[in-house]
Design a protein around this ligand. Structure first.
Ligand code: ZN
Length: 364
């Protein structure tokens, strides 16, 4: 995820913070300062930081459970609306998905339980108003809110993943995802309506859930379409690439004369060094920076896949790639073409016939 900075790495997982998270901290500080003292502002900021430490622990609950099933999690990003762990792949068995989904909320339950033990309170005494004096009490209450909120069955939130896991036992993974995503989007509309009555953060979360549910449904649909097909069925090839010496102007010229969405940058040995996205190349030219080397504009770390591979294995790589593009290579590692979600959608839709071409998953 771009616009984020790495804070630290724990057990092979990089913990990143999205820059908009700093905006949230600043916003809390300003609000508290306006209504109280600098001490109130410091307390408000500290509260948010401790709360987000709890969110990180929640994410590590998922990460730990996923690792038990052999799934690694390269990074977790803190957003103002919570944490997002990007797992290498999703658990395939419904029972595994249910276990991984429940492990996060279980951490919040444990934190709240330990604080309640320490404070010798019971849950009925907790509310944001009633425990104003106790910082720990507020943290416990916030963890209970996180617990309940995450268990709302709005896919792709944890409760929604549990729902998909349960549905998948009877309906199969693909159909269960479509149903869970629809329910998630319906609940997102309800949340947004409630949020519009005075909670802007809830509206933001609702928008996130709506988009993420659609994205996840597209992902699963694309993977089902890809099943049993070869990478070569959907790759864009032959493609024109540029050398490492080329400039933004060269990239813009290539995009103007071809139908390509991205410009591969190829080194002297025929290996893919990275890709320049259309907006990047055209943006640089528009800002009179046409002489900028492509090496400065390109997204590096573009995953590659052998052309002999199955298309299904390309889908998780494609969604994990920041450039939303992966390179296809021959058996000696030379670049032969590329894949994007759009290229797969278009190639496979053509084969599926016109009635499928207008379905929603092709967009985005
Ligand atoms: Zn979670």
């Amino acid at each position: 995820m771009s616009w984020s900075i790495k804070l630290f790495t724990l057990g092979g997982t990089a913990v990143r913070m999205h820059l908009t998270f700093l905006l949230l901290v600043a916003w809390i500080a300003v609000i508290e300062w306006q209504h109280g003292s600098p001490q109130d502002a410091a307390r408000g900021v500290l509260f948010i930081l401790v709360l987000f430490a709890c969110v990180v622990l929640h994410e590590f609950g998922h990460i730990w459970a996923a690792r038990r099933y052999g799934i690694r999690t390269p990074d977790v990003t803190l957003l103002p609306i919570g944490g997002v762990a990007s797992m290498e792949r999703m658990p395939e068995k419904p029972t595994q998905e249910i276990a991984v989904a429940l492990a996060g909320p279980a951490v919040n339950a444990a934190i709240a339980f330990v604080i309640l033990l320490v404070l010798r309170l019971d849950a009925s005494q907790l509310s944001f108003g009633a425990v104003q004096g106790s910082f720990l009490g507020q943290i416990a209450a916030a963890n209970l809110v996180l617990l309940i909120f995450n268990l709302i069955p709005a896919f792709p939130m944890d409760g929604g993943r549990v729902l998909r896991g349960i549905l998948a036992i009877w309906l199969g993974f693909g159909r269960a995802t479509q149903v869970a995503a629809r329910i998630g989007q319906g609940l997102a509309i309800v949340l947004a309506a409630v949020g519009l009555m005075g909670n802007p953060l809830l509206v933001l979360i609702a928008i996130f859930i709506f988009a993420a549910a659609g994205g996840e449904a597209r992902y699963v649909k694309l993977r089902e379409l890809a099943r049993g097909r070869a990478v070569t069925d959907a790759m864009i090839a032959p493609t024109e690439g540029l050398s490492v010496m080329a400039t933004a102007e060269d990239a813009a010229a290539l995009l103007a004369r071809s139908a390509q969405r991205v410009v591969p940058v190829i080194d002297g040995a025929g290996h893919l060094r990275g890709v320049v996205l259309r907006e990047k190349a055209l943006g640089a030219v528009k800002q009179n920076r046409g002489a900028t080397p492509v090496l400065e504009l390109m997204a590096s770390h573009v995953p590659t896949i052998p052309q002999s591979a199955g298309l299904e294995t390309a889908i998780p790589l494609l969604f994990a790639s920041r450039a939303r593009c992966i390179g296809v290579v021959d058996d000696v590692g030379r670049f032969v073409g590329y894949l994007t979600p759009e290229s797969i959608g278009e190639r496979l839709a053509v084969r599926l016939g016109p009635e499928k071409r207008s379905s929603g998953w092709l967009r985005g």
